[in-house]
Design a protein around this ligand. Sequence first.
Ligand SMILES: [Fe+2]
Length: 446
Amino acid sequence: MTAVENPYLAGNYAPVTEEVTATDLQVEGTIPAELDGRYIRNGPNPAGETDPDNFHWFTGDGMVHGVRLRGGKAEWYRNRYVKGPATSAALGVEPLPDPFGGERGLSSPNTNVIGHAGRTFAIVEAGGIPMELDYELNTLSYCDFDGTLPYGFSAHPHLEASTGELHTVAYYWGWGNQVQYIRSGADGKIVQTIDVPTTGSPMIHDMAFTDRYILILDLPCVFDLDVAMAGSSLPYRWADEYPARIGLLPRDGGADDVVWCEIDSCYIFHPMNAYDDADGNVVLDAVRHPKMFATEVTGPNEGVPVLERWTLNPATGRSSQTNISAIGQEFPRLNEANFGKPYQYGYTVAASARLDPHALLKHDMNSGEVLRHDNSGRQHLEPVFVPRSGAIAEDDGWIMAYAYNVEANSSEVVIIDAQDFAADPIATITLPQRVPFGFHGNWVPD
Ligand SMILES: [Fe+2]
């Protein structure tokens, strides 16, 4: 296979090769003056040579991109390699010191970048160690949250707005048949972990929580030793015989208290949200893939990902399932203040089975209405909702997204009025280089 034949090294998946700092950004429209902070995102962008035959989209070393907004201006754009061992070697720079003495696997976290406790972290799953970045996205160090992280972290911690805590579920093949729930305090230190036994060693990309439960997605994409021994960079494969189930870990309980709810076989990367309903059930809204890494092993491509609702009964372990939207879509987000609570609005990217992105979608969970933001064929990356200060309405704020302008072969940050979702962006910031299709980002207010 050549780089052109591996779709994750071609087109707007192809890595960029320069670290750019730009302060003279072209802006069309009006950036809301109250937006004061950074919009940062992460994605695979291997430095140096890659083997196209063994390049998996999920395992390419990370690069972060960021735009800093203040006073209605786009002050800067920066992109920086996340400088793990392979990236440092490829760039010919001194590797950062390994604080673990070789006892943990180090990488360049490529999946998400978050602001937490006044710090910035690039993060990844599968036993990955976070890396701390400075405000301008330069890599500072490997990070175990001041010695409080038992081993690896995850790419998808979720903020609980009422406490400032982060909740996540980590996994690592080296742990055998168990995964780890991790609760991180508002001060950036881990305050609780619970090891939860699972059927095998599943890939658990993301999680959800409600007021009463932590949700653990134990689904049939599992560690495959044969694939690992054969040298695959991502040794997780679909296992038909593996039971698909969602664990409900009571917020005040332990591993023995988990209620496992069987669901029809599928794979879930991303919940949109979950909450406790009035009947004591747990409702989970998430993007459902029919399978994962069953036939295509360089990236997700196992059929149309759709938005689905599961209702899980903690008393019986039973579940039911309905479709919310049959449009192909991924990268669900919402007003994060509502994570874990009943909510009305969710946002996704319309996407093919291979997750090539297109328009943005806004879902009204009450009415079933789906609005489409389709801006001249631009390919939008994950939408992020930013509330207006003092907002009462759940959707009073802005959707921000990085977008690829296919015609111009360039990238932009678009800012959309979330209450006028289908209209043109209120501001479009043209970036000085492409931002390759990647994974996740966040608005980090100052
Ligand atoms: Fe993700």
